[in-house]
Structures are given as structure tokens and as C-alpha cells.
Ligand binder design. Structure first.
Ligand SMILES: Nc1ncnc2c1ncn2[C@@H]1O[C@H](COP(=O)(O)OP(=O)(O)OP(=O)(O)O)[C@@H](O)[C@H]1O
Ligand SMILES: [Mg+2]
Length: 250
């Protein structure tokens, strides 16, 4: 589904990613961990096609297609979803209207008509119940005055509504209380199928108790320096990153 080869990327002429190789197949869950500033958010932004980031070498294929020339919006329409570590506020646009527009934009890109209002309402009801989201919350302005946990829950709501093929969740767990963490993780698990894939970026092993990864990768200084199964996350929790840095520098 996603294949990254020797990816190098920079922002403001600073090299951040220095040769990333990663393959994500349908049905898989990958976790990306690594110290602050190692390039995790940069990697997700580059996959999603954010403009500030320049790919200086390497390739990103999504479903076999080289996506370098595609704008972020086009990538989203193809089924790549990125949750934001720092979500934007859009005053005057409700949670519901934002997601309605996003869904219909994506349908339009596929040559489909708007989703009938009845179906949209049904979908909203279904997904908000699944994520235990209050109806009142849905009519609030997007991210305006949202608590940290509400922002995260809203991101997962967007994901659940859009049903992306590839979901990249960047620190979706930060700031969530224990109950919200469980609800969000359940939402992700319910979305999981043999046809889609999830990449979770997290600092904490705890999330991976709920969203169990098939692979764990450690990013350090713009490279994946170690990959393993879910036990690697436990090892990191216990031992920190120093041993990985030493191994990488050896
Ligand atoms: N838009 C930008 N302008 C300047 N520097 C940037 C920009 N985006 C990222 N960087 C730099 O790139 C490096 C990697 O940042 P990135 O956000 O990818 O790290 P991260 O692994 O997500 O860290 P964290 O765990 O703290 O979220 C950092 O040194 C950061 O300052
Ligand atoms: Mg980050």
C-alpha cells in the first residue's frame, strides 16, 4: 500500500529525513517511535504532502503510484489521512460541517455526487456513537476552545467518517485521559480491516497495549535505526533510547 524508498526530505534547507525505507501493507499496523526531533512528524507530513517539506531524494509510492507530484488534497482523496499533532482552529465552521465538506469534496474528486443528507446523518450518528461523542460537541466550532482530549477525539471522528486506506496518527494519545485513550483506540481498532493500514506515532508504549502494532520502528536522526515487533516498544519503555543511539552510531 505504502512504499517509501530512500526518502530524504528537508525543510527550510535543513535536512531532516536522511534515507527512510518503509513498507506498509494492507491490514498492517505500524508504530513509529523515537526521540523528540528525530523526524517522526516530518515523515508523516511528507507522506501527506505538506508543502513546506521538500523531498530531495527517494520515492513514495501509494498503491503502486509515485505520489510525489500530488498535492496534499489529492493524496487525501486517494485515502491518506493524517491527524495533526497541533490541529487548527476554524471559527464558525462546526465539526459536522467540516466533515460533511471533507466527505463531499472527496466524493467529488471521485466523480460522485454529494452524499444524501439522510445517509450523512446516519453515518454521523453511527460514528459519533462508536466514539462516544456528545451530539452537542458536533455543533461546536472546529477546535475552537477544544480541550486537548476533545481535539484528539475529533481527529479520530474525522478518521472514522472518512474511512481512509492509510491513517497516520501523530501523537493521538498525548493529552488523553485513560477513558478517552481507550475510546480512541477502540475507534482505530474498529476501523481496521484487511484492506487498510494504520501508522501510529507515539512516545508511549501504553497506546500500543490498545492498538497492537505488527511492527515497531525507531526513528533517530532522520533514519529508521531499528525495527521489530511489539516487544520492541516494551524494550524502549524499559531502557529508553540511549542504547539505540549507541547501536546506530556504532
Ligand atoms: N517547519 C519547520 N521549520 C523548521 N524546522 C522544522 C520544521 N519542521 C520540523 N523541523 C525540524 O525538524 C526536526 C524534526 O522535527 P519533527 O517534528 O519531525 O520531530 P518529531 O520526531 O516529530 O519530534 P517530537 O517527538 O518532538 O514530536 C526538528 O529539529 C525540527 O525542529
Ligand atoms: Mg512530532
Amino acid at each position: 500500500m505504502l512504499k517509501i524508498e530512500n526518502l530524504h526530505a528537508s525543510v527550510e534547507d535543513k535536512n531532516i529525513l536522511k534515507g527512510i525505507n518503509l513498507e506498509v501493507k494492507p491490514g498492517e499496523v505500524h508504530a513509529i517511535m523515537g526521540p523528540n526531533g528525530s523526524g517522526k512528524s516530518t515523515l508523516s507530513s511528507v507522506i501527506a504532502g505538506k508543502e513546506e517539506y521538500e523531498v530531495t531524494d527517494g520515492k513514495i509510492y501509494f498503491e503502486g503510484e509515485d505520489i510525489e507530484e500530488l498535492a496534499a488534497e489529492e493524496r487525501a482523496h486517494k485515502g491518506i489521512f493524517l491527524s495533526f499533532q497541533y490541529p487548527v482552529e476554524i471559527p464558525g465552521v462546526s465539526v459536522t460541517n467540516f466533515i460533511k465538506t471533507a466527505i463531499n469534496e472527496s466524493r467529488k474528486a471521485k466523480g460522485l455526487e454529494d452524499m444524501p443528507a439522510k445517509d450523512m446523518l446516519k453515518l454521523i450518528r453511527e460514528k459519533s456513537e462508536m466514539l462516544e461523542i456528545d451530539r452537542k460537541f458536533l455543533s461546536r466550532s472546529l477546535n475552537e476552545g477544544f480541550s486537548g482530549g476533545e481535539k484528539k477525539r475529533n481527529e479520530i471522528f474525522q478518521m472514522a467518517m472518512l474511512e481512509p486506506k492509510l491513517a497516520i496518527l501523530d501523537e493521538t494519545d498525548s493529552g488523553l485521559d485513560i477513558d478517552a485513550l481507550r475510546i480512541v483506540a477502540n475507534g482505530v481498532n474498529k476501523l481496521k480491516s484487511k484492506d487498510n493500514a494504520v501508522v501510529v506515532i507515539t512516545h508511549y508504549q501504553r497506546l500500543l497495549d490498545y492498538i497492537v502494532p505488527d511492527f515497531v520502528h525507531v526513528l533517530h536522526n532522520g533514519r529508521i535505526v531499528k525495527s521489530g515487533g511489539k516487544e520492541l516498544a516494551h524494550e524502549l519503555e524499559e531502557k529508553g533510547y540511549d542504547w539505540i543511539k549507541e547501536e546506530a552510531n556504532a
